[in-house]
Design a protein around this ligand. Structure first.
Ligand code: SF4
Length: 490
């Protein structure tokens, strides 16, 4: 799908019990999480209980230069660090207002937070707090969560109890890491929408959105944070509170289809294996006579291999992907997107010329990108192009931390889920989506059940969509001006 839908964030944290350079390990980890967000990034380090932070818009090598990492490392080996990468829409890219980590001071000390996800009751909670005089600097859920935790901390004797009370007030998708002067806290919402896992680097604890990070920094995977669990690390070691565990889980199934890296394991299931399984089911659902199976890089490749193994049609590398494209080309405007597809992907003509091709991609959101890809294959000489999609049709917006916020941007909705018409629009010879029944089977050994709301409309949490839309408008205004309109009540 090449950039049509985006995960909104990746998080990393470390509690240092060794002589580890926290800033440097966090920097390496954010490199491994870059696929989860390219709009901004940042690192906060806790050095002798003082938190220093650097963040800005841009990808990791642009923002976290050697000088920045040196400066964050210069005061000695920090006790803790947090890191964050973020995706946002093009309006947000013009400033660093919502970049994370957030660092805030309050009467009990300082707090830093990084978050992945999106709350569904932001409007209600903000309204209540603003009516009591709260002032927010950003439109970010992370700031709101930190604010609530800080308030609750004044009523309790520990940060973990404050986090637990805060979890009673917030609802939605969140996987956050919080750093206090003496503790690192890792929290996954009770539904487990977004992944979060624990690793060990020598004697130190590390936390990450995805396990592929641990391979990058040489850490050992320990376990996933359970949905609803509050894990905290201090000088006494690692402990956890499970009083919010036990709800029906709703891990985002799209993590397996597209968001996560293929070399990650989420809640016990390999992303690579889940994608291959999707390809195998697709081949069973709609067999076709063809000469070659190719996949759209990156997320379509594994499913294409699965399709080939099930169908017996040979798999071949169909595209060369240019991986050296600057951020200016990865923008969310249709005309730029079409050009950027051509620059990003080039079909290998000798693989597709005069062949009947099965083309496998992970999903279709707006339909523009896949239409361009099909036409590139035809120009390269493909005789037939049979499109197979390793997820069901995208029919509903997501409110849990992705950029699909309305039905208007979903091509399957615009065509009323009429597959024949959609196939004509895309220019393919045939089109098949993975069925919802088969989607539910791709990660059948997962420790978590799944959210599939964008395909089925079955939202695990009640979402006040109209209110959410109003809040989105407000977010856009925040991001355009970088300022809060104080007179506005919403
Ligand atoms: S609605 Fe779709 S993208 Fe959003 S969390 Fe659920 S499965 Fe994931």
């Amino acid at each position: 799908m090449l950039g049509e839908i985006h995960e909104e964030c990746g998080v990393f944290g470390i509690y240092n019990n060794d002589e580890i350079n926290c800033a440097h390990e966090t920097y390496l980890s954010l490199y491994a999480l870059q696929h989860r967000g390219q709009a901004s990034c940042g690192i906060a380090v806790n050095n002798s209980r003082i938190i220093d932070c650097y963040k800005n818009t841009g990808i990791v090598p642009e923002v976290l230069t050697q000088n920045v990492i040196k400066e964050l490392s210069d005061k000695g080996n920090a006790k803790m660090a947090l890191g964050h990468v973020r995706y946002s829409n093009s309006k947000e890219e013009v400033n660093s207002f919502n970049s994370q980590p957030f660092v805030m001071s309050y009467s009990n000390g300082s707090l830093s937070i990084v978050n992945n996800g999106s709350l569904v009751n932001t409007r209600k909670v903000c309204e209540e707090l603003e009516n009591k005089g709260a002032v927010f600097q950003t439109s970010s859920d992370a700031e709101l969560i930190a604010y609530i935790v800080a308030r609750e901390r004044l009523k309790t004797d520990s940060i973990e109890k404050a986090v637990s009370s805060a979890m009673e007030k917030i609802e939605g998708a969140y996987s956050f890491l919080m750093m206090t002067p003496s503790k690192l806290v890792a929290v996954r919402d009770p539904y487990g929408f977004r992944p979060l896992c624990i690793g060990k680097l020598k004697n130190s604890y590390v936390f990450s959105s995805e396990s592929c990070v641990f391979d990058t920094i040489g850490a050992e995977f320990v376990r996933d944070v359970e949905p609803g669990e509050i894990v905290f690390v201090n000088e006494k070691g690692l402990n956890s509170i499970k009083e919010h565990c036990g709800k029906k889980h709703s891990l985002c199934i799209f993590e397996h289809v597209y968001f996560a890296r293929q070399d990650s394991v989420i809640d016990g299931v390999s992303v690579h294996a889940a994608r291959q399984a999707a390809g195998r089911y697709l081949a069973q659902q709609k067999p076709v006579e063809a000469d070659v199976v190719i996949g759209v890089p990156d997320a379509g490749i594994d499913a294409a291999v699965g399709y080939a193994s099930q169908s017996g049609i040979p798999y071949e590398l169909g595209f060369i992907k240019n991986r050296y494209i600057g951020r200016t080309l990865i923008q969310d405007k249709q005309s730029i997107r079409e050009k950027s597809v051509r620059i990003k992907l080039n079909p290998i003509a000798s693989v597709v010329k005069d062949k009947k091709v099965v083309l496998v991609d992970d999903s279709i959101v707006r339909g523009t990108t896949i239409g361009v890809i099909v036409s590139l294959l035809r120009k390269a000489g493909a005789k037939e192009v049979h499109l197979r999609i390793s997820s069901p049709a995208f029919l509903n917006p997501c409110y849990f931390g992705t950029n699909v916020k309305s039905k208007e941007c979903l091509i399957a909705c615009r065509y009323d889920n009429n597959i024949e018409e959609l196939c004509k629009y895309i220019g393919a010879d045939s089109l098949e989506y993975l069925s919802v029944e088969n989607l539910k089977r791709i990660a059948k050994n997962s420790k978590c059940e799944f959210c599939d709301a964008c395909f089925t409309g079955n939202y695990p949490i009640e979402v006040e969509a109209d209110k959410k839309d109003k809040f989105s408008q407000r977010i856009d205004e925040y991001n355009l001006t970088g300022q809060i309109k104080l007179e506005e009540s919403f």
